[in-house]
Design a protein around this ligand. Sequence first.
Ligand code: PHE
Length: 346
Amino acid sequence: MEKLTSIKEEGLSQIEACEDLAQLQQLRVLYLGKKGPIQEVMKSMKDLPKEERPAFGQQVNEVKTLFANAIEERRAVLEVAEMEKRIAEEKIDITLSGQKPNLGNAHPLMIVQQEMEDLFIGLGYTVEEGPEVEMDLYNFERANIPKDHPARDMQDTFYINAEELLRTHTTAIQTRQLEKFAQEGKELIKVICPGKVYRRDDDDATHSHQFMQCEGLVVGEHITLSDLKGTLQFLAQKMFGEERVIRFRPSYFQFTEPSVEVDVSCHVCGGKGCPVCKGTGWIEILGAGMVHPNVLSMAGYDAEKLSGFAFGIGIERVAMLKYGITDIRNFYTNDIRFLKTFNRFE
Ligand code: PHE
């Protein structure tokens, strides 16, 4: 009996003093479970004279009920306290001014690429892509640049092995798509092919070993140089302003014949001459020409029947001109202050 009383006192004071719910659960296990001090006392019941056992048993049960009630009461108190603490902690002060989420924005190169895509999609073109690790076959040979041809020197190349390289121009997408379209029996093709290209150049203000181009390709019956001119005139006006005019200068690419270099009248001075156009009034923006018959026939087309034009435009170059950026490296160093200036939503 004495032992029971001391267990009772000890237990009740522990329950009273208990400060958290986990600890309370431990006390419950201890006093009401199978292996606690109360069970110990119960075991000693067999040593009592028979007539005292019921009274003792009753006492034990009373203590147990007492504990159970005390634990429940304590639990209720602790639960309320815990809830209050959480409410206090999680209180939201709605009078504080909100925090603006830090939104990203499109990269300037993506802005220009998307503008071009929209423009040409509006003319009925589709957008095609291709692998950046490309076969020599599509990057060079199908572009009418055989192995060991000196024209390969025009594009310093990252070779992976004898057959694979990092594509040096989006013309690789063009030759790939041409082959596919020929196999599908398509006789009218209007595509643009934007993407990253790579050249073994030393990086400086105007060169980058990785940059972006967008290729345009139209093949069909009776496609002529004047179709090319009209298309590029439209492109120049949409990208640089309605007053722009273009001019063709003779040039050379293996995969086009004739080939041209295309200049746009300067969007800064309007053609009078300024530092941006180096006083000439003209800015060179792209290379183009009529698809070489060899390119068409290597892809599987009848070059007697179909003809086409192609052009390749540098996306960085357009972005630099449009936004007055003087160093191409800005596009790739990911300075957040630079990139944020293209946020059209702030
Ligand atoms: N592939 C050429 C270059 O990278 C550009 C070009 C594309 C020229 C299509 C003509 C026709 O310089």
